[in-house]
Design a binder for this molecule. Structure first.
Ligand SMILES: Cc1cc2nc3c(=O)[nH]c(=O)nc-3n(C[C@H](O)[C@H](O)[C@H](O)COP(=O)(O)O)c2cc1C
Length: 463
């Protein structure tokens, strides 16, 4: 069987993920594995159509494809995303049709499901036979039980390909729209006063497409304010490339791109200084553009330190966001984990210009209000679990090399493990001991519910 492995790590041959597939190559010598570094080679692939077509031809000749990628910002790396964009732009979709696909990732399991949902969605869009996903922890290969499990899964995959077992589709096809947003005449009676708040719009409107919905929505949003609102287009910034995964930033947040392009200066002086951020983008396949992805990946020089904590972020999105709940999940996941309040998502999906005008104005006024009162919504499981994954890994396996994170987490009391709640553990231990007695259990059961509400009732009476 001929298998092409599309490697999604910027580290190419040094990729941990690639090594997982090298292990499969060793254990399944009956199959031909052809490795293709995608993320690391993206500049060449983008520049030379010949290089791109060479890969596409290899895909055509293969029986199966392994998407082998590391997690990058709840998704795949920006360069991998760019490759997927190229497949559509250069109309190479046909090469993937009906090919069997397996997605293998390595990560610390922070939103690995959203990255896999993305790749799964892309496979469904490309009419592939998506077999499944294997999401390995980055060090799983060192453990015997994990290696065995990995081999079992791979064997099932190869068997499915050989027997041509049918696969079921998971994500519905996305229905595109040609709706043109026509902003209404400005009838805002009272413009919104910034009240000293700094609003920054970050967009990625592509040159020559100024008339598109996104720019019109951004301009309409700006109209709500009594003052000029700054907009920075990621297309205008000199960004040399995406994150290299070199981890030089881990020690003290010094990125290896320092002095080479505009990104760090832009992020430090503009993004970090804003009170309200508006991220504006157009959906490309099942995410925003790879330029936007580059923005997120490059911000990793701040490592796991929540540098935007306390800010309000609103989204202006052109495209079918309602059909891609996974994309909203990615933004909410990151925002909740890092203490950012997500104000709203305004899209052009309603196909009703008047309604969009109203939503944009509401976004403007809510952002200011929420910033003024300093409101950050409580976390759901997205934020609670996300934060705990970072906390545990920075306490443990990632303490080295992530020195800067460790220092920050320690200083700000982020290591709030349950074992620190000594009083409640002590009480629980006593209760556990006493609950051996049937009489005690009966007595407690009769009072348990009222005991639980008791302290809450007291707060209502007193506060
Ligand atoms: C910039 C950057 C972003 C990352 N984002 C995530 C993430 O969102 N979730 C996660 O679980 N791991 C994340 N990781 C960890 C990597 O996915 C993990 O270390 C992976 O094993 C690296 O594989 P590779 O050597 O093949 O590149 C990130 C690492 C880097 C450098």
């Amino acid at each position: 069987m001929k298998i092409i492995v599309l490697v999604g790590s910027p580290k190419g041959n040094q990729s941990i993920t690639k090594h997982y597939v090298l292990y499969l190559q060793k254990k399944f010598p009956e199959h031909d594995f052809l490795f293709q570094n995608i993320a690391q080679q993206i500049k060449r692939i983008e520049k030379s159509d010949e290089a791109f077509q060479e890969i596409i031809n290899k895909i055509r000749l293969s029986d199966a494809i392994i998407w082998a990628f590391p997690l990058y910002f709840l998704m795949v790396h920006a360069n991998y995303k760019r490759f997927i964009e190229l497949v559509y732009e250069r109309k190479a979709n046909g090469a993937f049709r009906e090919k069997y696909a397996l997605a293998i990732s390595t990560s610390i399991h922070f939103y690995d499901h959203t990255a896999h949902n993305y790749i799964h969605g892309i496979c469904d869009d490309l009419d592939m036979n998506y077999f499944g996903r294997y999401s390995a922890g980055m060090n799983d290969l060192m453990k015997e039980d994990k290696r065995e499990n990995f081999l079992k899964y791979a064997a099932q995959f190869f068997d499915s390909v050989e027997k041509k077992l049918p696969t079921s589709r998971f994500f519905p096809k996305i229905i595109q729209s040609n709706f043109e947003y026509l902003p209404g005449e400005s009838n805002i009676k009272e413009k919104i006063d910034l009240g000293g708040k700094k609003v920054l719009i970050v967009s990625d409107v592509e040159k020559g497409t100024k008339s598109l919905n996104l720019q019109k929505m951004i301009d309409k949003f700006k109209e709500s304010f009594s003052d000029e609102i700054e907009e920075i287009n990621l297309q205008d910034l000199n960004i040399k490339g995406s994150c290299l995964g070199c981890l030089q930033c881990a020690y003290d947040n010094q990125c290896s791109y320092i002095g080479k392009d505009d990104f760090i200066e832009f992020y430090d002086s503009k993004v970090k200084k804003a009170d309200i951020l508006i991220y504006a983008g157009t959906i490309k396949d099942r995410y925003l553009s790879s330029r936007w992805k580059m923005f997120f990946d490059r911000s990793f020089y701040n490592t796991h330190i929540p540098v935007l904590m306390g800010k309000q972020i609103g989204f202006i999105i052109s495209g079918p966001l309602l059909q891609i709940p996974n994309l909203r999940e990615i933004f909410l996941g990151w925002n909740e984990t890092t203490g950012i309040n997500s104000v709203d998502f305004v899209t052009d999906e309603s196909q009703n210009s008047e309604e969009i005008d109203g939503l944009l104005h509401a976004l403007a006024s809510k952002s200011i209000k929420l910033s003024e009162i300093g409101f950050i919504n409580e976390q759901t499981m997205r934020g609670v679990c996300g934060k705990n994954i970072f906390r545990d890994d920075i306490w443990g396996g990632l303490r080295f090399p992530f020195r800067a994170d460790y220092k920050f987490y320690k200083k700000h009391g982020f290591f709030d493990f349950p074992y620190k709640k000594r009083k409640s553990i002590f009480i629980s231990k006593i209760m556990l001991f006493l609950s051996r007695s049937k009489g005690f259990r009966k007595e407690v059961n009769s009072r348990m519910i009222s005991q639980m509400t008791g302290p809450i009732k007291k707060i209502i009476e007193e506060k």
